[in-house]
Design a protein around this ligand. Structure first.
Ligand SMILES: Nc1nc2c(ncn2[C@@H]2O[C@H](COP(=O)(O)OP(=O)(O)OP(=O)(O)O)[C@@H](O)[C@H]2O)c(=O)[nH]1
Ligand SMILES: [Mg+2]
Length: 223
């Protein structure tokens, strides 16, 4: 197995993140590479869901994963076990990634040779919602143990995303999670959102999610 690459990415020196995000988007379109921004609270199951997703998609398309954390390389080491290209980035302790950090990461991982890149953002439901990275798809995870009331408390994130994965669905009975209440709260904020309940542990819901994702990637950056 190749040695794991860890890079320190720097905050943009420019004030205009949106401009740099658009540059990322233009570059990815030219490269025909589809990028997903994955956001959630710490521990909601991002890395576990990614491993399960990669097992289903890695033989079909070229994939690269950018793992962002304040410190450590444990997530990137976990992704590396799938054989998919991965880099670990550290962003100097900030609570989100910006477009310039992602640009450095895309160059490092070699996005031009990939069909699909996932950025696992820093874990929290607040800051990442405010920064465009140039992604084609915004995806968030809410795990069942976090509770069905989170859209009421973090509306900006739920408004921004295209897709909501409700993870750890195997634990629903333990946490008295009301899926219908969640859906109602989410749709009030974001009527067109796609919602996939799933469990990376049991595999429930993974087929529907990965089929949807593969279609989005195959339709490319033009939809
Ligand atoms: N029961 C159950 N546990 C899960 C599931 N997915 C993840 N977990 C567990 O939840 C914990 C956190 O999972 P991670 O995948 O590390 O979560 P993460 O969002 O990547 O965490 P950070 O990167 O630290 O924010 C681990 O103990 C996983 O085994 C699931 O579908 N069901
Ligand atoms: Mg993780």
């Amino acid at each position: 197995m190749d040695a794991l690459r860890v890079i320190e990415v720097k905050k943009s020196v420019y004030a205009n993140n949106d401009l740099e995000a658009q540059e990322n988007r233009d570059m990815l379109k030219e490269q025909d590479t589809y990028m997903m921004n994955l956001m959630s609270s710490p521990g909601s199951g991002k890395t576990t869901m990614l491993v399960s997703t990669l097992e289903r998609l890695k033989e079909k398309i070229g994939i690269g994963i950018i793992e962002a954390d304040i410190d450590s390389d444990v997530d990137a080491l976990t992704i590396q076990t799938t054989g998919v290209d991965v880099i670990q980035i550290h962003n100097g302790g900030m609570c989100h990634l910006d477009a310039a950090m992602v640009r450095q990461s895309l160059d490092d991982i070699g996005s031009s040779k990939l069909d699909f890149v996932v950025v696992e953002n820093i874990g929290n439901l607040i800051c990442p919602a405010s920064y465009d990275l140039g992604q084609n798809l915004n995806c968030m995870i809410l795990s069942v143990p976090e509770g069905d009331d989170k859209p009421l408390k973090y509306p900006k994130m739920f408004k921004k995303v295209d897709v909501l994965l409700v993870s750890k669905i195997d634990t629903t009975s333990v946490f008295d999670f009301d899926f219908n209440a969640l859906e109602k709260n989410v749709r009030k904020l974001n009527p067109d959102i796609k919602i996939f309940p799933l469990s990376a542990k049991t595999g429930e819901g993974m087929e529907a999610w990965t089929e949807y994702l593969l279609k989005k990637i195959e339709n490319g950056v033009h939809t």
